[in-house]
Ligand binder design. Structure first.
Ligand code: SAH
Length: 350
């Protein structure tokens, strides 16, 4: 006999929408069986749009210098023990070159909010990459910038922008960030990105400190209404040199359930199985794909800076998560019935 929660999963799979309260009921009532049911439906929907293809993105961590002070983040401004670095344009271009040879057709430039990254510098960098690799997409993940700046970067050739909203719950947002940051501005940035024409990604952490199921339900409702092209989620993992060092990590099971619900909300969503998921479980990324994700983002940063881009403790950065280990990743995906593809991996329309 199916109970009401299974019927809610069915409803989400067919209507792609629930009320905030219904999302909360699902999160409160999560069991291994319910998760399995949601994952099965999620995989069916993903299969219909993307088949067995898994898209890859080469992640280049271009700087860990950040003017912000997000309480959860290991590269926050006030972490004096963080050894700071910034890649030069030449170093970034070398990463792209290596990535291209390995079969990557999307480069994700991610970093802290480093004031060195003026529009002038970034526009030059983006047009250089696009001229060299016209068949590749460039994704930026460089935090909050002005409308004008986002527009200039888009006109220079950037295709996508990732800006996790972090939480759609205003009270929680205030607990996770210093006073000079606001959910209002974060959401305005996301709206601007979409309006300019970027393929836009939002996202949130799972089990950030003080996060309740109500907060997570608000995140699901936000994704449902905002309709991003991408959504990055991963478990919160504490970093020893932050105020949240004593809080526990989010769990694999809960993150997988949320991935399935996101897939049910949007069958066409570009949904990564993130590094944080791979950090809390050795097979986290495969499990993420089996829960409904369809993207992985191996690390293409120069090996000596990977450890320094430490958003949270024990971030995987020396083994099979790296771009250089693409063959190993490819075999792991084949073992679960999926195929890594050499493709820009744009979002498909239903
Ligand atoms: N400065 C950019 C990139 C931030 S780092 C920006 O503001 O968008 C990318 C993501 O890592 C963040 O959006 C956050 O969701 C995640 N992150 C940061 N600290 C984390 C932690 N302790 N555990 C898990 N994820 C974390």
């Amino acid at each position: 006999m199916k109970n009401n929660l299974y019927l809610l999963i069915d409803k989400l799979a067919s209507e792609h929408s629930l009320s905030c309260q219904e999302y909360e009921l699902l999160l409160d009532g999560r069991t291994p069986e319910l998760s399995e049911y949601a994952a099965k439906k999620a995989v069916e929907l993903r299969q219909a749009v993307y088949g067995n293809d898994v898209y890859i993105r080469g992640l280049i961590e271009i700087s860990n210098i950040c003017k912000n002070d997000c309480l959860y983040c290991g590269i926050r401004h006030s972490n004096k023990s963080c050894v700071r670095y910034r890649l030069s344009e030449q170093e970034i271009l070398s990463c792209c070159e290596e990535g291209y040879t390995l079969g990557f057709r999307t480069f994700v430039l991610q970093g802290g909010e480093d004031p060195f990254f003026t529009d002038e510098f970034l526009c030059g960098l983006i047009s250089n990459i696009k001229n060299k690799y016209p068949d590749c997409a460039v994704t930026l993940s460089l935090g909050e910038r002005s409308f004008q700046s986002y527009k200039a970067l888009f006109e220079a050739g950037a295709d996508r922008y990732l800006l996790r909203h972090e939480t759609a719950d205003p009270d929680l947002y205030r607990k996770l960030h210093p006073e000079n940051m606001s959910l209002e501005n974060r959401l305005k940035c996301l709206k601007n990105l979409k309006e300019i024409g970027y393929q836009t990604g939002c996202g949130f952490m799972v089990r950030a400190p003080y996060q309740t199921n109500r907060s997570l339900a608000m995140d699901l409702k936000f994704v449902e209404e905002f309709r991003p092209d991408m959504c990055g989620i991963g478990p919160f993992i504490p970093h020893a040199a932050t105020p949240f060092c004593e809080f526990p990590s989010g769990t694999l099971e809960e993150t997988l359930f949320l991935l399935s619900l996101l897939r049910l909300i949007d069958p066409t969503l570009l949904l990564p199985a993130t590094t944080a998921l791979g950090t809390i479980d050795a097979n986290g990324r495969e499990k993420g794909i089996l829960a409904g994700a369809n993207v992985v983002m191996p690390n293409l940063s120069p090996v000596d800076v990977r450890k320094k881009y430490e958003l949270y403790n024990n971030k995987i950065c020396t083994g099979e998560e790296s771009a250089q280990a693409k063959e190993a990743l490819s075999r792991r995906m084949e073992a679960i019935g999926y195929k890594l593809v050499t493709d820009r991996g744009d979002r498909k329309e239903c």
